[in-house]
Design a binder for this molecule. Structure first.
Ligand code: NAD
Ligand code: ZN
Length: 255
């Protein structure tokens, strides 16, 4: 069933949360657009203006690494300046009050953690774009130091510990998914009896496999998104509209 009246949508959502035993929230780029971070696939989204850099290009081409870093520095600034919006705050409240057990996110902006959710309750399927790490020994690097050196030399950063390539800690197209995160997401998905997908076009796999898996496992699937998604036909409930507009109408729920 598709509901496009935001008050009715909020009522159905709060009833579902009150009725569930264990809920999982799954988020995509759409949760962060109201914080000023563009998504990929909406008109005017990132892919409307640039092509993604594939992982193998990053490994094999210095020019690709330079271009990747130029983009990442812009991203560091954008993420550092962004603040959680009402959607993030509501989800944080559901976690705090015990309705939601785990937040599985495709986002790399760190805004769920910035809204106060413990890192142990956020599964970042596509990594984190607020810092960098060595692809070989996984040593962590902060943006500011790397940037200073890159701006002086135009040389893509190399790990001082092992000589490996340093890359923003995100999963690029063509890069293997992080095993521990995939497992954690799967466990949470299989334990959930309510799965709420928020702000995702649900076209990026394997991430979009989790809502499908939840549904196949007998959970109730609710999708909140401004546009149609790939999985609307499988959902128990589709709440269509702006995330902020729907969640703003949600009464405060207490466990
Ligand atoms: P997507 O761009 O494919 O889909 C986003 C969906 O959100 C769209 O269907 C759009 O209609 C909807 N949307 C946007 N703003 C909305 C709002 N205010 N209310 C309701 N719906 C809204 O994003 P995706 O499904 O997450 O997949 C793309 C990939 O992009 C992911 O892998 C993610 O890592 C990456 N990404 C992340 C960020 C971020 O970290 N903030 C930003 C851009 C892309
Ligand atoms: Zn290293």
């Amino acid at each position: 069933m598709v509901i496009d009246d935001s008050k009715k949508a909020a009522d159905r959502l709060s009833a579902a949360l009150l009725a569930c035993r264990k809920a999982v929230v799954f988020t995509g780029a759409g949760i962060s657009t109201e914080s000023g971070i563009p998504d990929f696939r909406s008109p005017g989204g990132m892919w409307a203006t640039m092509q993604p850099i594939q992982f193998d290009e990053f490994i094999t081409s210095k020019a690709a690494r330079q271009e990747d870093w130029r983009r990442r520095f812009l991203m560091f600034d954008q993420f550092a300046a962004a603040e959680p919006n009402l959607g993030h705050w509501k989800i944080a409240e559901w976690v705090r009050t015990g309705f939601v057990d785990m937040v599985i996110t495709q986002n790399i902006d760190g805004l769920h953690q910035k809204s106060g959710i413990a890192a142990s309750r956020v599964v970042e399927l596509h990594g984190n774009g607020t810092y960098a790490h060595c692809l070989d020994c996984h040593k962590r690097f902060e943006g500011a130091a790397i940037r200073r050196e890159f701006e002086e030399t135009n040389e893509p950063p190399i790990c001082e510990a092992c000589g490996g390539f340093v890359k923003a800690a995100v999963i690029s197209f063509g890069q293997a998914m992080p095993e521990a995160e995939m497992l954690k997401a799967q466990t949470a998905t299989l334990e959930a009896d309510l799965f709420i997908a928020i702000g995702s076009s649900l076209v990026v796999f394997p991430a979009a496999g989790f809502p499908m898996q939840a549904k196949q496992n007998g959970a109730r699937l609710i999708i909140i998104n401004a546009e149609q998604t790939e999985l609307d036909s499988q959902a128990d409930l589709v709440l269509r509209g702006k995330i902020g507009q729907i969640l703003r109408q949600l009464p405060i729920i207490a466990s």
